[in-house]
Design a protein around this ligand. Structure first.
Ligand SMILES: C[C@H](O)[C@H](O)[C@H]1CNC2=NC(N)=NC(=O)C2=N1
Length: 113
């Protein structure tokens, strides 16, 4: 199977299918630091990233924002002093899509770089 970081986000059709259990079980091992959470009734991928100060956390928010615009797939970003909570889900299908797993993997790459 291709690495999630090689996947380019695809536009989603409103009401299209969410990721199957098999897909989730195939993708999730590549993003071990992320949790699958219920965000206001919608399944989402969530991870909290920690930084030395507010400035570094803000810089990371901007990096993820750039990535989101490049792929035209957008996260929820919660910025606090030294902490950024990132949530990926696909609003159009009210659930998880391969796009979300790919963006989570790319968010990890940004954090590690
Ligand atoms: C038209 C365009 O594809 C949509 O508005 C995109 C933009 N970014 C998006 N981001 C996310 N996370 N979910 C979406 O459904 C979505 N839709």
């Amino acid at each position: 199977m291709k690495y999630l970081t090689e996947h380019k986000c695809v536009p989603c059709e409103k009401g299209g299918p969410v990721a199957t259990i098999d897909e989730i079980n195939a993708y999730k091992p590549q993003i071990p630091e992320w949790d699958i959470v219920d965000n206001k009734g919608i399944q989402s991928l969530m991870r909290v990233f920690h930084f030395k100060n507010f400035k570094q956390a803000l810089a990371f928010v901007n990096q993820v924002g750039e990535l989101a615009e490049t792929e035209y797939h957008h996260p929820t970003l919660i910025l606090d002093w030294g902490r950024v909570e990132v949530l990926w889900t696909t609003h159009k299908i009210k659930g998880l899509h391969k796009n979300d797993f790919s963006m989570a993997a790319k968010t990890d790459t940004l954090f590690e770089s």
